[in-house]
Design a protein around this ligand. Structure first.
Ligand code: GDP
Ligand code: MG
Length: 143
């Protein structure tokens, strides 16, 4: 297994619930290291561009409206198998299907407001990290 990076977003519902620290703590306990982090209130353009792959989906408008409803925490996580590990910690897209103890099971109720985003592949991770961060904003922790 290689050290890789993934993009994580703590979505507006979880920020509003005041559970930023709890979620970051789960990443740290799983040996993922934060190598970049910022709080942003996304514009329609930023959220729509980030989710461009879903542009034709019926829920796209609702998704953009939710993602711009309040500030989010955008992070780059680094560690062994970071992409899959983050997806495991988050649980299924629909919190109703998410395993007990996962972020989405613990902090979300519905598929449209589901607490967290995580890149779904190494390719998506590279694109998503570059969408939010310049190279010099990343602070490698393993050297
Ligand atoms: P993810 O990779 O697990 O976040 O899931 P997807 O990439 O398939 O979808 C992106 C995001 O769109 C999800 O996290 C949800 O916030 C939202 N979403 C997905 N499916 C639905 C849906 O059927 N209805 C609504 N309202 N939102 C959805
Ligand atoms: Mg996805």
């Amino acid at each position: 297994m290689a050290v890789e990076r993934t993009l994580s977003i703590i979505k507006p519902d979880a920020v509003a619930k005041n559970v930023i620290g709890d979620i970051v703590s789960r990443f740290e306990k799983a040996d993922l290291k934060v190598v970049a982090m910022k709080m942003v209130h996304l514009s329609d353009e930023q959220a729509g561009g980030f989710y461009a792959e879903h542009k034709e989906r019926p829920f796209f408008k609702d998704l953009v409206s939710f993602m711009t409803s309040g500030p989010v925490i955008v992070q780059v996580l680094e560690g062994e198998d970071a992409v899959a590990k983050n997806r495991d910690l988050m649980g299924a897209t629909n919190p109703k299907d998410a395993e007990a103890g996962t972020i989405r099971a613990d902090f979300a109720q519905t598929i449209d407001e589901n607490a967290a985003h995580g890149s779904d592949s190494a390719e998506s991770a590279a694109r998503e990290v570059a969408y939010f961060f310049a190279d010099e904003e990343l602070c490698p922790r393993t050297r």
